[in-house]
Design a protein around this ligand. Structure first.
Ligand code: SF4
Ligand code: SF4
Length: 152
């Protein structure tokens, strides 16, 4: 994030939901759990689908890791970041997510438009061009399927 809105609550390092079975973390969106990041984690609570972990380098809400990973320096980067309650970035991330949703809605409108063009044109080349655009739009929307993009 460009602006520093962190209020140093430390929650993003104290309560990190990790799915060790599928090797993913729910933090800056859904991220792969790397071996390097796993080494930082101390499990604190088992939940139904995830283990809540804290980072062993957090002391007095301050990071003491001399080799802080890039994903921590960037946090929160994703418009789909999972933010703890009262995180200073809540408003910023909300706006970024709304922009992403708008982009997806626009692509859905365009898909309807290109499908209509495919129906009316008899030209096979044109139809293929429209279909390529539709496929590309659908691939973009699909990237965010796990976040609910089908219903945005
Ligand atoms: S949860 Fe948000 S406000 Fe709290 S330490 Fe992390 S980035 Fe900063
Ligand atoms: S390395 Fe630092 S910033 Fe990253 S999770 Fe640990 S304490 Fe937080």
């Amino acid at each position: 994030m460009e602006k520093n809105l962190c209020n140093k609550c430390g929650m993003c390092c104290k309560e990190i939901p990790v799915d060790f079975t599928r090797r993913i973390i729910y933090r800056d969106g859904i991220q792969p759990l790397t071996t390097a990041f796993e080494e930082l984690l101390v499990p604190v609570e088992e939940k139904e689908y995830v283990t809540i972990c804290k980072c062993k380098f957090l002391e007095d809400n301050t990071c003491t890791n001399p080799e802080k990973p890039q994903i921590c320096s960037d946090f929160p980067y994703s418009p789909l970041a999972f933010l703890p309650e009262d995180c200073g970035y809540t408003g910023e991330v909300f706006l970024k997510k709304e922009k992403l949703k708008q982009q997806v809605r626009k692509l859905k409108e365009e898909i309807i438009h290109y499908n209509a063009l495919i129906e009316v044109t008899k030209d096979k080349t044109e139809q293929r061009q429209y279909q390529r655009i539709i496929d590309s739009h659908e691939a973009f929307i699909d990237k965010y399927k796990v976040y609910g993009s089908k219903d945005w």
